[in-house]
Design a binder for this molecule. Structure first.
Ligand code: SF4
Length: 198
């Protein structure tokens, strides 16, 4: 690698809490921008298209809809190292709770298939059963991405190089990972301070 490391952060089906923890890096953010070039991030810039030749990408959130799946595949193709950033990316975590509502046997063969029976129950619960008025399922081709049959952790759809657990991972944990990757060594994620979920 020549020049500064090209860093991206991506937000799939998550609550943004992992990115808020990234911003909790506080003063280290000033050191970071001296050492890396941030090329894509939902909280730090307004680039619409995921760029080529990314060195490291932190991916927050689970894979819950077609847009998430397409972006996950694109970032894998354009990035050297992919980090599952936080419990939603590592395990599906909170977004994955909707899998509990799936009808038995729904989409067992292809969990990355689009909704069908797999997500029908959660859509009906949210938009029909609990609605006070204007009961209707959301439909807007090209605007509202279809849900996948199941919410998936990142490693279920693409190869992941590192997993950083935590809901969210602490700023200290994020810093330790970034410092290792910038130095060109694998992050040491052993021990309670680095590995605990939640
Ligand atoms: Fe939010 Fe926790 Fe998921 Fe991060 S891991 S996106 S903080 S719910």
């Amino acid at each position: 690698m020549t020049g500064r490391l090209r860093l991206a952060t991506v937000w799939l089906a998550g609550c943004s809490g992992c990115h808020m923890s990234f911003l909790d890096l506080d003063e280290f953010l000033f050191e970071l921008v001296e050492q890396v070039e941030i090329v894509y991030s939902p909280v730090l810039m307004d680039t619409k298209v995921y760029p080529e030749a990314v060195d490291v990408v932190l991916v927050e959130g689970a894979v819950a809809n077609r847009d998430n799946l397409e972006l996950a595949r694109l970032l894998r193709a354009r990035s050297r190292l992919v980090v599952a950033f936080g419990d939603c990316a590592v395990t599906a975590n909170v977004p994955g709770l909707r899998n509990l509502l799936n009808r038995a046997g729904a989409a067992a063969d292809d969990p990355a298939a689009e909704a069908g029976e797999g997500a029908a129950a959660v859509l009906e619960r949210g938009y029909l059963d609990l609605a006070d008025e204007h009961r209707q399922l959301p439909r807007a081709e090209g605007i509202v991405p279809p849900l996948l049959a199941r919410v998936l952790p990142l490693h279920a759809v693409i190869r992941v190089d590192h997993h950083l657990p935590g809901c969210p991972p602490s700023a200290a944990r994020i810093r330790a990972l970034l410092e290792a990757l910038i130095a060109g060594r694998p992050p040491d994620l052993r021990g309670d301070a680095m590995l605990r979920f939640g």
